[in-house]
Design a protein around this ligand. Sequence first.
Ligand SMILES: *Cc1c(COP(=O)(O)O)cnc(C)c1O
Length: 407
Amino acid sequence: MGVEVPRMTGGTPPHAVMPQGGRATRAEIDLDAVAHNVRFFAAQAGPRAGVMAVVKANAYGHGATMVARAALAAGARWLAVATVDEGRQLRDMGIGAPILVLAPSAPEEALAAVRGALTLAVADLDGAAAVAAAAGDAPAPIHVEIDTGLGRFGVHHTVAVEMIARIAALPGLRLDGLYTHFATADEADRSFHDRQQARFAAILAELAARGIAPPHIHQDNSAGSLIGPGAHATLIRPGIALYGLSPSEEVPAPAALRPVLRLRTRVARVLDLAPGDSVSYGRTFVAERPTRAALVPLGYADGYRRALSGRGQMLLGGRRAPVLGRVCMDQTVIGVPDGVAVAVGDEVVALGAQGGAAIGADELAALAGTIAYEIGTGISARVPRHYRRGGRTVAIETLAGLRDCAA
Ligand SMILES: *Cc1c(COP(=O)(O)O)cnc(C)c1O
């Protein structure tokens, strides 16, 4: 006895035409665009500074390993992550470049970090002592973050000179860098940014007067790098804009940067709704007239946010197609735009360009009440990443791991 295939209205059964080659829902990552954007920031950094590519949170959802490789090949000197695990993942994938762990780590992680040749960010004596205790024969490198006003991690600027002098004197450590992080670099009003910058510069000067001048100084995230990197910096730390996304409305990504990610799927089923037919949980969409709709296998567990229910749009046939009813965990229904002849297997783009139309992360973020950062990082691990170079897919990453594609 075979499996009974339900009859679909208005289309062929999905199994008959689903394309080969894995899940129809996938994120396409343009590695050429990553390389282009890294080179843009290398130029932005000026002749004396280099790029520390921020690839935390799985490279903002774009896939840390392949993005890191592309960034390094394009000239990035350092990588930055937020956790020791993220750094170790990159080491396991054979990446040997210097890696800074930007966020606080637990003392228990120090040994793993040192063994993984990761540079930890430190902000107090206990943290520094934990790294020193984990160090082997060679002193372990650290960067100290200075809190010049963000009010998050870092040695508070009022006590920074004394504290850094004590940390620098600990045996088993090598003070390799000092940095700060801005609270308002993405805002048009520069006053607080300038105050933070002045505090940082003053601390660096006082430390230098005491003979403490580590090789690396850095302060600028994407927005800071775009508005003009700090004069004494040896590195800049762009994240969001490396992916072609804007830090904010007030500091948008320049047109020269290229978007990296395209989230696409395919029509799994065509539905012909009669007046009165409803769509999805809660029946929040009820057809008023005969309506052709399409089901796509993309839901909030993939990162297509539920807040886009009844509000978002996708692209079908190069036209905007409204989300009908609620976004489900694994599936969403969209309306088929008038004049678009739809068939099972047709491409649907949830983020990125199709034909002459495009949907940006900013648009989805605004509709969902969040920021582009959260749209990218929200694309979950179960969405296969298809890495493309020169118009070809060169590697695919799924829950089963990363594999190169045969030429
Ligand atoms: C995340 C992060 C960055 C990158 O910020 P973007 O706004 O994405 O460019 C830089 N520095 C630190 C300390 C960070 O936490």
